[in-house]
Write a protein that binds this ligand. Structure first.
Ligand SMILES: [Zn+2]
Length: 542
């Protein structure tokens, strides 16, 4: 039992915006009050928030591991020695499982969602998640280019589609549904892609529009706790703005989370400008539609390892970007992936534009519970840059200093000069805690009200917000002190979130023969036994 006494508490869900309160912890949960004799931490003058929640990062599974394998130089950038309390590890853009857990916890994050799990390789994802200390986690399963999903959409067999999706979620131990470049991955099997919502998906006679529309509906009908999680078509293409706007229109009131919006925010270029920022148009739509949330995918200058189920994109990126290595892979008509290491340079027009457009999105989207901090780790940069991004949002002088170092043309291609906004601590708490927890349907995360998991972070206020958010004084995970003065002091096992599965008919009668005929493994070997998980917690349906 512990009382964190007299800190300035920032908790948007409970309406506390820096008010002085005690936070009481018992048995890993927040409680109303405690007897006076219990242990006390004096937080007078300190800032108190719930543990951070990362809605979208790539931290576990085969593609992350392939990134580690093909980038040996990355291991040397952040070697972590073994201590009495921690395991050794390494990796800057693709840290090992242990280092991933430690580095997140050291920034005050306690929950992270792996954004792209291929069903057939779910076992690998869960083994690595179980190996990632401290954090609670969940995984989103890739379904937007899956053979069965596309076949049932073509046939209009909504019931079988729902049965299959529930089965995939349960069999893979997923938390929610992820769609990546819908139709594009399927066309990549024919060395093609899609370029708009109405392009044909070659072997299936459906369109990206139909895939998104159907899955938006089905996600609501199944009542999954998380919104449909979508990586739009045309990622990274100059002029992709109309596709993204049209995709947002499809939501029509249904819950939609668009990930790494920055990569989908490029207007057509003109007169010497390869692209122009589309941030204003996109932010206007988000501001008018509370059902739509986004994470930014903020670019961080320096090395990155791009990894995505958008396999055709990765082929193009490798062709355009040069580089000396890449990997591309198909996962048995379920999904694919590509991995390409790159570097974002502040000297390049495109790199600078991407960086600026990300900041524009943060600054233009009014409600911080609709715009979340991500770097699409490790695609736009490593998650360890979050404190630096927070400083860019909170400290206008610092932001303007950094902008002044960029190519003038890139600055002119965006509207950044007009943006004066400075994020407040309450807004940072909304963007990194209460907002993502709400969209994920996690009632016990992202806030410090009675009954919440006692994930509590105590920061020393500093003028340098990067230093402040990089070095919390204390981090508690479900009541246990895990970080003190920047050092890991305990590394407990986190849990894995899975959704309540409601309804769904048995699929084995029709699915088993398909497996027999086409899959490389038998149906009985496909589902991940719960013993592969770290302890798990079932999150109720909507
Ligand atoms: Zn991603």
């Amino acid at each position: 039992m512990l009382r964190i006494k007299g800190g300035r508490v920032y908790d948007p869900k409970n309406g506390w915006n820096g008010e002085i309160r005690d936070i009481c912890i018992k048995d890993g949960k927040i409680v109303e009050d405690l007897p006076a004799a219990e242990e006390v931490i004096d937080a007078t003058g300190l800032v108190v928030m719930a543990g951070g929640v990362d809605i979208h990062a790539h931290i576990a599974g085969p593609k992350v591991n392939t990134g580690r394998v093909i980038c040996p130089e990355d291991h040397r950038r952040d070697p972590v020695p073994r201590t009495a309390r921690t395991r050794s590890g390494s990796g800057f853009t693709t840290p090992s499982t242990f280092v991933t857990g430690y580095r997140y916890a050291q920034m005050g994050y306690t929950s992270v969602f792996e954004a792209a799990m291929p069903p057939l390789e779910a076992r690998h994802v869960h083994e690595e998640l179980a190996d990632t200390p401290i954090l609670d986690k969940g995984a989103l399963v890739l379904v937007g280019n899956n053979h069965f999903v596309l076949s049932f959409i073509r046939e209009g067999d909504r019931e079988r589609l729902k049965d299959y999706l529930l089965w995939v979620v349960e069999a893979s131990g997923a938390y929610g549904l992820k769609v990546v470049n819908p139709g594009g991955g399927a066309n990549w099997r024919r060395h093609s892609n899609v370029r708009g919502l109405d392009d044909a998906v070659i072997d299936y006679g459906v369109t990206p529009r139909q895939i998104i529309e159907t899955l938006l509906d089905v996600n609501e009908e199944l009542g999954l706790p998380h919104a449909l999680h979508l990586h739009c078509n045309n990622l990274g293409q100059p002029g992709n703005l109309p596709t993204t706007l049209a995709t947002m229109d499809l939501a029509a009131g249904r819950r939609l989370h668009i990930t790494h919006l920055q990569f989908h925010a490029y207007g057509e270029g003109k007169k010497g400008y390869p692209l122009l920022s589309g941030a204003e148009d996109l932010a206007a739509v988000v501001n008018a539609n509370p059902n739509i949330t986004i994470d930014v995918g903020q670019v961080v200058f320096g090395p990155a390892t791009t990894m995505t189920a958008d396999a055709p994109l990765q082929y193009e990126l490798f062709q355009k970007g040069g580089g000396d290595r890449w990997v591309n892979k198909d996962v048995e008509l379920e999904t694919g992936s590509g991995i390409v290491p790159i570097t974002y340079s502040p000297k390049s027009f495109v790199g600078a534009c991407q960086w600026l457009i990300g900041l524009e999105l943060f600054l233009l989207i009014e409600n911080p519970e609709q715009v979340f901090l991500t770097t699409d780790h490790p695609n736009a940069g490593p998650f360890t840059a979050y404190p630096q991004i927070i400083r860019l949002l909170m400290d206008r002088d610092y932001r303007e200093e950094r902008i002044a170092q960029l190519p003038k043309k890139a600055v002119e291609a965006t509207g950044i000069k007009n943006l004066q906004r400075k994020y407040t601590l309450g807004e940072i708490a909304a963007m990194t805690r209460s907002g993502p927890a709400r969209v994920l349907g996690l009632e016990k995360k992202g806030h410090l009200g009675v009954g919440a998991d006692a994930d509590v972070v105590v920061y020393r206020p500093q003028a340098d917000y990067e230093a402040m958010f990089a070095n919390p004084l204390y981090v508690f995970k479900e009541g246990q002190l895990v970080v003190q003065e920047g050092q890991i002091v305990a590394a407990p096992r986190g849990k894995t979130f899975v959704p309540e599965i409601r309804g769904g008919k048995d699929v084995t009668s029709w699915l088993a023969p398909q497996f027999e005929q086409f899959y490389s493994i038998a149906l009985e070997n496909y589902p991940v036994d719960r013993e592969w998980f770290s302890p798990w917690e079932v999150v109720p349906c909507k």
